[in-house]
Design a protein around this ligand. Structure first.
Ligand code: GUN
Length: 313
């Protein structure tokens, strides 16, 4: 029997688009390296031992190296102080061979609730490849050239390269984070969508969501967006990446014959999106998890690093 995950909706493949983005960067990296006498450089700081961050950072370093971007990974233990983080950021800001600076989030909780904001404030806006510094956030909101966060920028690339129109369409973004929801809304607005942002206190969420031609789910709750949230034919973008380890919960979402159960056997967990598999029968186009938005985030980080390098010369 075919699983519900492979039903009607067209699958928007993030790996294909990410590969196309990486290909387009290769000649730019070669040109930059030839004229600068060095490759573009990305300074990455990983503080603490968060398992997810460990994997993300490893993937970022590998992606840089595969493309000829020099990754300078600095690590700090979970007990490190905010001052130590700031000292490394200051070093990256001052280093001529470092074009982009990335401090992996989350920082260890012991650094305090507003540590991340302080760190993002301290990153040189010209090197802020995550687009989290308030200068870049402000420029993005004003629709001026800015380094913009990777996940929402990657989603725009995915829509545009798949010929999905944005102008004049209704877009609903579920989630209001600084990393995804808010910048996603700004990028869609600047491409002339009519944009609504929903969140945990939105009343009658399914009714609002089902007005969307483009629905972006970025809440981090596995399978939360069910078919009743989705207008038939809508494009649904699933930003969720929840690790699930419980076979019974996964079977309840995806069915007893889902290949995900075997993934749990082999790897101990399966990565699950915010969108319920039943949405595939209603949506016109849908991003898979994994293999949808995830690969684009890293491709856009590489793109921002090359852009920052070119702009600094
Ligand atoms: N943690 C989760 N997503 C991100 C991201 O895009 N950038 C950084 N620096 N940390 C993250």
């Amino acid at each position: 029997m075919e699983s519900t995950e492979t039903a009607a909706a067209r699958r928007l493949d993030g790996k294909v688009v990410a590969e196309a983005i990486r290909e387009s960067l290769k000649p730019r990296i070669a040109r930059f390296s030839a004229s600068a006498g060095r490759p573009p450089g990305l300074g990455i700081l990983l503080a603490g031992d968060d398992g997810g961050s460990e994997i993300y950072v490893r993937n970022k370093v590998r992606a840089c190296e595969a493309l000829g971007i020099r990754a300078d990974l600095q690590r700090l233990p979970a007990e490190a102080s905010l001052d130590e983080v700031m000292a490394i950021v200051a070093g990256f800001n001052a280093a001529d061979a470092v074009d982009g600076v990335l401090v992996q989030s989350p920082l260890p909780p012991g650094m305090g609730a507003d540590a991340e904001q302080q760190v993002f404030d301290a990153i040189d806006p010209a090197k802020d490849v995550d687009g989290f510094n308030p200068v870049n956030v402000g420029r993005l909101v004003q629709n001026r050239p800015a380094l913009a966060p990777g996940t929402p920028s990657g989603i725009i690339e995915l829509l545009e390269r798949n010929g999905i129109p944005i102008e004049g369409r209704r877009a609903v973004v579920i989630g209001r984070s600084d990393i995804v929801g808010k910048p996603m809304a700004a990028l869609l607005l600047h491409r002339h969508a009519t944009v609504t942002i929903c969140h945990s206190r939105t009343r009658d969420l399914p009714a609002v969501a089902s007005t969307a031609d483009i629905l972006v789910a970025a809440i981090g709750r596995p399978g939360f967006v069910t078919a009743d949230f989705v207008k038939p034919g809508a494009t649904v973008i699933d930003v969720g990446t929840s690790r699930m380890t419980d076979r019974d919960r996964v079977a309840a979402l995806f069915g007893r014959d889902s290949p995900r159960l075997e993934v749990i056997e082999r790897r101990g967990a399966t990565v699950v999106g915010d969108v319920h598999p039943g949405v595939a029968a209603v949506a016109g186009a849908l991003t898979p998890v994994p293999g949808g938005v995830g690969p684009l985030t890293i491709a856009m980080l590489l793109s921002n690093t090359v852009r920052a390098a070119e702009a600094r010369r």
